[in-house]
Write a protein that binds this ligand. Structure first.
Ligand SMILES: [Ca+2]
Ligand SMILES: [Ca+2]
Ligand SMILES: [Ca+2]
Length: 213
């Protein structure tokens, strides 16, 4: 039991050291049609209404600032071209754009589906279409030396950390983007810190008991 508590104490101490140094940053992204600057509502090629697409994602910028790992799930966009019969909802491209806040457009700085393809050093993209229903999950990594138009993750980071980047998915109907989510990195959730505090308290109790014994 004491050995376990000592391990906890050491782990807590290491955790605090890490908290004081540079840590991972996380961005929870909500992708909506409303955030796009395009006009018009989603319709089929014959003009019938179709569902309002959306998406949710998590991006993690590592402590060394050498990569952004991404997982995004989108709903009601046809990621295979065969999930619905109509073509308007077919996915054509997906990118991270850098250089603009909400309501404004910026150039592609990391394309990971369709063109341009900047997820290439290495290519990490895994697309998992829904087994039933319309949409799917995209996972990938923006690596240090990847970037569009001669840029890299490093050269894009200042604008990304300033909240001036967004991820979007383009379709046949919306060549300019059907859904978009602004990317705002923040420190890892408070829950992780609370857990660290708890572990530290447990560790102190352990040390106190050890001294008493
Ligand atoms: Ca379709
Ligand atoms: Ca990559
Ligand atoms: Ca690729």
């Amino acid at each position: 039991m004491m050995n376990i508590l000592r391990v906890v104490a050491v782990a807590a101490a290491l955790s605090w050291t890490g908290a004081a140094a540079r840590a991972d940053l996380i961005a929870q992204v909500n992708l909506t049609h409303a955030q796009e600057t395009v006009s018009g509502t989603p319709v089929t090629s014959t003009g019938d209404d179709r569902p309002l697409a959306h998406g949710v994602g998590t991006l993690v910028l590592n402590a060394a600032r050498t990569q952004i790992a991404m997982t995004v799930t989108i709903y009601d966009i046809d990621v295979t071209g065969a999930q619905t019969a109509d073509t308007n909802d077919n996915l054509t491209a997906a990118h991270i754009h850098v250089g603009a806040g909400p309501g404004a457009n910026a150039p592609v700085r990391w394309g990971f589906f369709g063109s341009p393809d900047n997820d290439n050093n290495p290519d990490d993209l895994v697309v998992t279409p829904f087994a039933s229903g319309v949409g799917g999950t995209f996972t990938s990594v923006w690596n240090l030396d990847e970037g569009n138009a001669g840029t890299t993750l490093t050269t894009n980071l200042p604008a990304i950390l300033a909240g001036l980047s967004y991820i979007n998915f383009h379709t046949v109907q919306f060549g300019g983007g059907e859904i978009r989510g602004q990317i705002n990195f923040v420190p890892e959730p408070a829950g992780a810190i609370a857990l660290g505090t708890g572990a530290a308290a447990l560790g102190l109790i352990g040390l106190r008991r050890r001294r008493a014994g």
